[in-house]
Structures are given as structure tokens and as C-alpha cells.
Write a protein that binds this ligand. Structure first.
Ligand SMILES: Nc1ncnc2c1ncn2[C@@H]1O[C@H](COP(=O)(O)OP(=O)(O)OP(=O)(O)O)[C@@H](O)[C@H]1O
Ligand SMILES: [Mg+2]
Length: 327
């Protein structure tokens, strides 16, 4: 079982209007509710691929209840820890005439110390223990900035491998606990390493830098260019075919689901990278917050170019000026 953790889930309420006029009464033409959050999305994508997963995190108030009802309707297993304050709601107004989106994001609810303790206690008691844990997204008010460090250490203590996908200080602190895998995108990796990663060579060196920091598998995702993964022994590059992008929202979460689905059960990293790119790229084919569809992933998988070289070979194989993969 792959356990995902979303500390700061949200309920996205999208309202569609024909032409938004501010300071006037508008009529909506459609509404949509979506249970959002990085870990939840990873669980959703795993579930889509028939993987076994449970989503953990915090929910509170009526909107938290709605979030749970939505996940129930999707058949997605979850086990949230209740909190006093209400789950945050983001309002999204979509204007169908201009296709413009106006977002009004709420701050997260404040988590009490005893709620955080209850949550950590719950994670400790997951039985049988998960094959892999995925920690994703922002951290709500009241939760220490080094929470991912503590959660990764907890998982390490139980011998459970973890994937961490966050940003800024949360990621910087979390990495110190040496999660099994991190998957920053290029911008997040630049922020983390405090260096510009404008070439493929720099990205590979950046990933290797993360490995030197104690990360077993460092994956840097590069949007249209796919991913680069590094371990002590090898470097893997996986590249998708050109596709028509409808919405890139959730592509990163689908890529993580692909990595988790393979690595949780000891499959080779090269297969995990191929599935990650297939799932990430399948996610951009769907509109809005919709994630990848299994049928698209299956069609995409053989089209992903993937190559592997040893770290010793890298200068020769990848840096010859061409973007081709030499495997
Ligand atoms: N425009 C695109 N065309 C093809 N594939 C894409 C595109 N954008 C993303 N992908 C696929 O999705 C993967 C993850 O995308 P990206 O690097 O944008 O992650 P991210 O920035 O973490 O995304 P998120 O905003 O969901 O967190 C890529 O490695 C790639 O496989
Ligand atoms: Mg991301």
C-alpha cells in the first residue's frame, strides 16, 4: 500500500460565468467541486492505475466533510485526522468568454498541537505498514516548518521509504532527513540548490548534487522535456513525445504516482521513470484539474524515450551536444 500525506488539502469550488462583470450581479452557468491537494492527487492517480493507496492528512468543518464525500464518491480510500478549524476552500471563477480564471485562495486552517500529535500517532499505527509514503504540498499554519523532516525521520525509523514533494523551506528542511526520493521541478531544484539549472548538464549535476546530500533517488522534472533521475550509480533520462497541452495542472503529481507505483514494489528505476513521464504527460492531455486517464497512460508508455547510463559514463554519453538518449 502506498500512503500519501496531504497536510493542507483544499476544496476547490469552480464557478463558470459567461462574462464576468465586477461590481455587478453575475449568473453562474455551472459549478464544480474538487477535492484538491498534492498527496490526494497522487493517491487519485495511483487509484486510476489500479494501485493500492490511502490518503492521510487533516480535514475539518463542513467543507472538510464535503471533501471526504467527494473522495468517497470517487472510491478513493482515505483516513483523515479531524481538526477544529475548517478545511480551506479556494474559489475559482472561470469566464467562458475569455477563458480567464480568477482564483481566490484561502489560507489553511490552523492545526493545534494535539491534532498534529494525533495525526503522527495515526501514521505510526498504519498496519500493515506502507510499502512507500508520499509527503506532498504546503504546510498549514500551526505546523512547524520542519514537519517533513520529522515525518521522513519517522518513516525512516520504521524502515519505510518516502517521497517528498514540496518546495521552499519545507523541502529544504525535509531533505535534511534524507527521504528516499525527491522530485523537484527545475525551478524548485534551482531554489533548493541555489544555482541556475539552464542546461541539461546543469540539471544532471544538480540531481547528482542531491544524491550527494544523501537522497537515494533524485528526480528533476522538466515539463515538456520529461525527467532526469540520478542515483549513486546511474543517470536516467525519460522524454515524452510532443503532445497538445490542455492543462498541465497535476502533471507533477501524476509523475510522482508513476514513480511510487513502480518503486514501492522494487521495480527498476528505469521503468519507474518511464511510467512517471507517461503519467505526467497523460495528465496534460486532460482539461483543468483532471488527472491522467489510464487509457492515455497505456498509449503513452511505449512512446516515452528512456535511456540509462552509469554515472562514470555521463560526460561521454549525455553531454555531446545532442539531446539524443544514448542508452
Ligand atoms: N507540456 C508538457 N508536455 C509533455 N509532458 C509534460 C508537459 N508538462 C509536464 N509534462 C509531464 O509531466 C511531468 C511533470 O511535469 P512538471 O515538470 O511540469 O512537474 P511540476 O512542475 O512538479 O508539476 P506540478 O505543477 O503538477 O507540481 C514531466 O516530467 C512530463 O513528463
Ligand atoms: Mg510539482
Amino acid at each position: 500500500m502506498i500512503a500519501t500525506v496531504t497536510l493542507n488539502p483544499c476544496l476547490d469550488r469552480t464557478i463558470t460565468v459567461h462574462r464576468l462583470v465586477v461590481d455587478e450581479t453575475n449568473r453562474w452557468t455551472g459549478t464544480h467541486l474538487y477535492a484538491g491537494g498534492k498527496g490526494i492527487d497522487v493517491s487519485r492517480a495511483i487509484h486510476e492505475m489500479d494501485g493500492i493507496t490511502t490518503a492521510y492528512g487533516f480535514v475539518g468543518g463542513p467543507d472538510g466533510r464535503i471533501l471526504e464525500i467527494l473522495l468517497d464518491e470517487e472510491g478513493l480510500p482515505f483516513s483523515f485526522t479531524p481538526i477544529m478549524q475548517e478545511t480551506r476552500t479556494n474559489f475559482i471563477i472561470t469566464d467562458t468568454t475569455t477563458s480567464q480564471q480568477t482564483r481566490i485562495n484561502a489560507p489553511g486552517p490552523r492545526i493545534l498541537k494535539k491534532e498534529l500529535e494525533r495525526f503522527i500517532g495515526k501514521l505510526r499505527r498504519i498496519y500493515p505498514s506502507p510499502d512507500l509514503m508520499v509527503f506532498g504540498g504546503s504546510v498549514p499554519p500551526g505546523v512547524p516548518v520542519n514537519i517533513y523532516h520529522d515525518l521522513v525521520m519517522e518513516a525512516n525509523g520504521f524502515g519505510i521509504r518516502s517521497i517528498l514533494d514540496s518546495e521552499g523551506q519545507w523541502l529544504e528542511e525535509g531533505i535534511k532527513a534524507k527521504p528516499y526520493l525527491v522530485k523537484p521541478n527545475v525551478r524548485e531544484a534551482e531554489e533548493l540548490l541555489k544555482t541556475e539549472l539552464s542546461t541539461e548538464k546543469a540539471i544532471i549535476n544538480g540531481a547528482l548534487g542531491l544524491v550527494e546530500m544523501g537522497i537515494e533517488v533524485a528526480v528533476v522534472s522538466r515539463g515538456t522535456d520529461g525527467i532526469v533521475a540520478a542515483t549513486k550509480e546511474k543517470i536516467i533520462k525519460a522524454v515524452p513525445p510532443p503532445v497538445k497541452v490542455r492543462s498541465a495542472v497535476g502533471a507533477g503529481d501524476c509523475a510522482i504516482a508513476g514513480l511510487a507505483l513502480k518503486l514501492a514494489y522494487g521495480e527498476p528505476l528505469i521503468e519507474a521513470c518511464q511510467l512517471a513521464v507517461a503519467m505526467g504527460t497523460a495528465a496534460v492531455l486532460t482539461p483543468g484539474t483532471e488527472l491522467c486517464h489510464r487509457t492515455d497512460v497505456e498509449k503513452m508508455l511505449p512512446q516515452i524515450k528512456v535511456g540509462e547510463i552509469s554515472t562514470k559514463q555521463r560526460a561521454k554519453a549525455f553531454f555531446t551536444g545532442s539531446n539524443e538518449i544514448s542508452s
